[in-house]
Design a protein around this ligand. Structure first.
Ligand SMILES: Cc1ncc(COP(=O)(O)O)c(C=O)c1O
Length: 388
């Protein structure tokens, strides 16, 4: 039985992940860290070589690298390059939302229990500093309680913001961005999303999905180096947000190396106003190469491929009465994570390690997270290791 794929996964693996073909490891842990494909490793190595001897760097190695990154990210998520600021992690974008959105005393931001702390602490901190209230709604099982959230959005005039992860890091539950976004938009409520566990295994089109701010590190499902990531800020909102951190690259004059000493306080008109200073260019170079690869495969084909792999895990688990599945079974309510509570999580984790299947254990469950280069054979190796 093969997964529904739109590309030649064997050729892809041989080219981009030769260590996988050689049997070194079966990487089913993209929810923790994504492997970097060979094309990106080569691009980073070549860039690093030039960077080590700066006289070999050309003008194309500086701002054009960043321009390319914003353009690639934008086309991946149905945005415009002017709506993208490059960041070094997800947390930067979450802090931007928490500190820059127009929120103050009397305002309420709703989140959920079960959120990864990167999407909690900035809201707690900004609430203290800015005087708004941040409240986390109780979970409904292993997912945010979207029904309760929609009721609060409709009935509580204090709600001015909603801050949620697209996909839960521990259960893999996916929220309905369209429904929540539409409810927020109808009432002028800001909607900020941490997309790191969703983007990649899921395609995203922000032309159709109403979100104000999307934060995403590229180190997991975008299989890019640590230090790469982005934040999307909706056009129309960008120019109204005062950057919470200032820096020379945020200024409109930053491209003009002939007038550094003018100290012109005008921000960039686009989302570059949220970039501060020099970022790890080599990591952006790596991200660009991986994003080009993902564009070539096609985000929809990747989504379908991952769905086939996770479906295989869920089908097996549904026939294993001793296994409790935390991940919703409905395709529309999950992404690339499958979280399983087996009768012996520690033992099964050890058996997975013996079988060289990378995975993680989160909140008492074995978390498997296959991606675009994995095969049914990989997933079956995990099933064999934990299936008794
Ligand atoms: C939902 C979520 N947000 C954010 C992060 C990581 O944040 P950052 O990229 O700032 O390190 C993780 C990592 O596990 C995560 O699962």
């Amino acid at each position: 039985m093969s997964a529904p794929i739109g590309y030649d996964v064997d050729a892809l693996r041989a080219r981009e992940f030769p260590w996988e073909v050689a049997g070194e490891a079966i990487h089913l842990d993209h929810a923790s860290i994504g492997p970097v494909p060979q094309c990106a490793r080569d691009a980073v190595a070549a860039y690093d070589d030039r960077r080590a001897e700066p006289h070999r760097l050309g003008m194309e190695d500086f701002f054009p690298v960043l321009d390319r990154a914003r353009a690639l990210v934008a086309s991946l998520i149905g945005a415009e390059a002017a709506e993208i600021a490059l960041t070094t992690n997800t947390s930067w974008g979450v802090n931007l939302a928490a500190y820059a959105l127009p929120l103050g005393p009397g305002d309420l931001v709703l989140g959920s229990e079960g959120e990864f702390p990167a999407n909690v602490y900035p809201w707690m901190s900004a609430a203290r500093a800015r005087g708004f209230t941040y409240e986390r709604l109780p979970l409904a099982g292993s997912a945010p309680d979207v029904a309760a959230l929609l009721t609060r959005i409709a009935g509580d005039p204090r709600v001015r913001g909603v801050a949620l992860s697209w996909v839960s890091f521990w259960s893999g539950a996916r929220i309905d961005l369209d429904a929540i976004g539409a409810a927020c938009r109808a009432r002028g409520i800001w909607f900020a999303v941490d997309a790191i566990q969703g983007l990649g295994p899921l395609a995203l089109d922000l032309r159709a999905t109403p979100v104000d701010i999307v934060s995403c590190g590229a180190q997991k499902w975008l299989c890019s180096p640590w230090g790469s990531g982005f934040v999307y800020v909706r056009r129309g909102l960008v120019e109204h947000l005062e950057p919470p951190a200032a820096g020379w690259l945020a200024q409109a004059s930053s491209g003009d190396f002939g007038r550094f000493l003018d100290y012109d306080p005008a921000w960039h008109a686009d989302a570059r106003r949220f970039e501060v200073g020099t970022i790890p260019y080599q990591d952006v170079v790596g991200m660009n190469a991986t994003l080009e690869l993902l564009h070539t495969l096609g985000p929809a084909a990747v989504e379908a491929h991952v769905r086939g792999l996770t479906r295989r895990l869920l089908d097996w688990a549904s026939r294993a009465p001793e296994v409790r599945v935390l991940t919703p079974s409905d395709d529309a309510a999950r992404a690339g994570i499958v979280a399983l509570v087996t009768p012996d999580v520690a033992g099964d984790s050890a058996r997975l390690r013996e079988a060289r299947v990378t995975h993680s254990v989160r909140e008492g469950a074995i978390r498997l997270s296959p991606h675009f280069h994995n095969t049914i054979v990989d997933v079956d190796a995990a099933i064999r290791a934990i299936g008794r």
